[in-house]
Design a protein around this ligand. Structure first.
Ligand SMILES: O=C(O)[C@H](O)[C@@H](O)[C@H](O)[C@H](O)COP(=O)(O)O
Length: 320
């Protein structure tokens, strides 16, 4: 079956550092931003808050700090506050959209994102959400059995889905009995059926499925979903779901939503933590044209794009 309901287990996602730029990597000592970026930040509250990854006055950095960069919506938070802010954000969207259309379609990633959803399963958020209206999908999935330590489904189940009353039939997992190509085809076919049954709507602008909320992580190399820097899949503009057999991040076989699907989403939130991702965050927010665009830079949804960063991930954006 293409879509089966959810059950068991706990995952240890693996990652490895990859070079983020084709040429001219940022000097390791880079601790300041270009004039262009500095100007953007000079107009933002974030800069006025005197954000520092180290901070002389820890109390000052314990709370929420916000910044606006052109059309980007960036929050830099402590890890704890990030989880709270993310819970509030997801609950707000769930409540608003459920009221509007009677359902809420959510797309999850693997990786550390799931642990940042931990506040969503606690009061006051857990009780404020109509979980029966949720429909859950994956922006990418590793082609492994659902009880495998590498399964994104297992990660989400153990850390999130097992703690909230989403109907099992509303949790759309891959057919793990199929090879990558077949699993991608079957997932796409199932999405098309859900369009017919009005669970998923189509974007009138792109014709691709328009999910209500996509929650993305980002790798140190700037990848999102299973769309990696320089990979031909970045150019896919017909399929909704495709597959990769040579993923640079193990395991090698995965299925993934394509960029047009990600970009048709109503709300995209990107959750990035850790200093190991500071270069990719810097490159993405600076929009430096000297380099080939990273996958994260190709994320440009029809709706809102929101960044949740911790101080490590934001550490190359600011100068004391
Ligand atoms: O299946 C995957 O590998 C993920 O969906 C992947 O796209 C992930 O979101 C990023 O690699 C960030 O992962 P971390 O937050 O764990 O670094």
């Amino acid at each position: 079956m293409a879509f089966s309901a959810a059950f068991s287990l706990s995952c240890t996602p693996q990652s490895r550092m990859l070079s983020i730029q084709k040429s001219q990597p940022l000097a390791p000592t880079t601790s300041f931003v270009s004039t262009q970026v500095r100007q953007k930040f000079l107009c933002s509250p974030l800069r006025h808050e005197g954000f520092s990854p180290i901070g002389k006055n820890p109390k000052r950095f314990a709370g929420q700090v916000k910044a606006s960069m052109d059309n980007k919506n960036v929050e830099v938070l402590s890890k704890e506050h990030l989880a709270v802010s993310l819970a509030k954000y997801v609950a707000d969207r769930s409540n608003k959209i459920t009221k509007e259309k009677g359902s809420f379609t959510v797309v999850l990633s693997g990786g550390s994102l799931i642990k940042y959803l931990r506040k969503l399963v606690e009061p006051p958020y857990v009780g404020s959400i109509e979980w029966s209206k949720w429909h859950v999908f994956w922006v990418d999935e590793r082609v492994v059995p659902k009880d495998h330590l590498d399964s994104n489904y297992k990660l989400a189940h153990d850390g999130f889905l097992s703690k909230v009353p989403i109907p099992r039939g509303n949790i759309y997992t891959i057919d793990d009995a199929l090879p990558a190509e077949g699993a991608a085809d079957v997932y796409e076919t199932a999405l098309r059926r859900l369009v017919k049954s009005n669970v998923i709507t189509l974007s009138s602008a792109s014709g691709f499925p328009k999910f209500d909320l996509t929650l993305l992580g980002m790798g140190p190399d700037g990848h999102v979903a299973s769309l990696f820097p320089g990979h031909p899949l970045l150019k896919e503009n017909q399929k909704w779901v495709t597959f990769i057999k040579d993923s640079p991040k193990p395991p090698p076989q995965r299925i993934t939503f394509t960029l047009p699907v990600i970009n048709s989403t109503r709300n995209v939130a990107i959750v990035v933590t850790g200093a190991g991702k500071a270069d990719a965050v810097y490159t993405a927010l600076e929009e430096d044209e000297r380099y080939d665009k990273l996958p994260i830079q190709l994320v440009s949804p029809e709706g809102e794009l929101k960044w949740f960063l911790d101080k490590g991930a934001a550490s190359k954006l600011y100068k004391q």
